[in-house]
Design a protein around this ligand. Sequence first.
Ligand SMILES: Cc1cc2nc3c(=O)[nH]c(=O)nc-3n(C[C@H](O)[C@H](O)[C@H](O)COP(=O)(O)O)c2cc1C
Length: 508
Amino acid sequence: MRYLTDLSPLSSRDSSFPSRVTPGKKKPLYTPLSPHTAYGNAMIGIFRKTMTTLATAATTAPASAVVPRVSIPTNGVDYRNKIVLAPMVRSGELPSRLLALKYGADLVWGPETIDRAMIGAERRVNPRNGTIEFTRMPSNGGRPNKSLKESVIYRIDPAREKGRLVYQIGTASPELAVQAARVVAADVSGIDVNSGCPKPFSTSGGMGAALLRTPDLLVSILEALVKEVGTPFQIGISVKIRILSKPEETEALVSRLVKTGITGLTVHCRTTPMRPRERAIRDQLPMVARICHDAGVACVMNGDVTSRDQGLALMAEYGVDGAMIATSAETNASCFRTNEDGGVAPWRDVVYEYMRFCMESENRLGNTKYLLNMLIPGKDKEFKDAKLSKTYLDICRALKFEDLLPAAMRVDELLGLDEKWEAAPDTESQAEPKSKAVQNAKVSEAARAAGGGAVRTKTPSPAVHAGGPIRRSSAPQPTKVVQVDAEQPAVEAAITAAQTQAPSQVTA
Ligand SMILES: Cc1cc2nc3c(=O)[nH]c(=O)nc-3n(C[C@H](O)[C@H](O)[C@H](O)COP(=O)(O)O)c2cc1C
């Protein structure tokens, strides 16, 4: 078994990542004609001509003959013909999203983030890996003696998520929704409103699925976002709902939502009281799709979609525009790969890639372990070992990812986990003092915590956008790793260096 070894630093181009224009080798919904044959070329010519004619007709024909389509804003993304990663609290952090993209997801939704959490967050660029981090100080729960350490509440990889990331917001207020969305609007392609979460922490505040019962409020949130964020930032606004138990109720709700200016609507085919393990109900889907299409809004289905191939088949069967995958991707993100391209990969391959993304992203260990628990089958010995691990080094050792050990040590040092190493690392660098760059990074973190204000030796992160239109062209483009000094450790550099040696051949 060979591991994929084409990872490069977060901030550099990764040719193994499907580009937005040519999304990998994934099969599109409708198999295109071969561009390599004369017949194919001729047919493509006819197709283009027909489309041009249709477009012209659309501008001149009477309204009744035109199939409407809400236009996609310049910095937005069309949800049509896409198989996408669902929003998932905890399971949808940056490493999981990169993993899904790696295996062919067309778009990724970030985890629901409550409006108040993002309002007032500081935006900065991590100089070691180029990721954008939104941070804030914890409220500290009124405990004056507890040391304050800022926490990263949202991370974005501007290079690899560009044009593919939808930010999901939890809100019950048009004003707060707008304030929060403005903080991230320049860095994402769309803002989605969570109107389906059935958990009490969400519904008790009037958010999530509670909004299904307060359609006036939901409509006002979407309209405010379209006007105050979608239009000035030129990104799409969308909503994710659940079906209501009576089809006519769903119909009435969707009919209102599609008139708010949204570009997409995702329908989770379960009612609010339904448990995740209950089978999705799809008989309302064609009705929802029809209402969306009549208004020119893309309709994405969700619920028991388990793979790209199945998603494409369901899209054709139910006449929807896209399909969203949650729990299957949580268990094995290679479900986004078609059977033709290899299908679902062995869990060890997926976990290896996941660990690399976690370390590159400097992901919080607790979160890394959370998804590891999903990715590693419970009966395997590695499951228990990884679960008990307290550091990245321990995890990589337990999984026998020898070539990742240097990177694991670096990230442990950066995150202050090295004190928990079970035994002295058995690598050449064990006798060395912490690298200068790791020390620099730690000093920066300490200075930041002590005095606020990021310490940077080079390019400063752009300030958090207070609001107002920001053109994407002038939006921050932190796609380059900013070298703090020549010895800048950059976890990814360690990974890349390790990758130049033969990766360990661990069999599944
Ligand atoms: C761990 C987890 C976290 C979730 N978090 C969110 C969330 O933040 N926002 C949301 O709209 N739905 C959330 N969901 C629901 C999923 O997006 C999705 O609607 C649901 O799991 C059904 O899809 P599936 O049948 O493919 O699992 C979450 C689901 C899981 C399993």
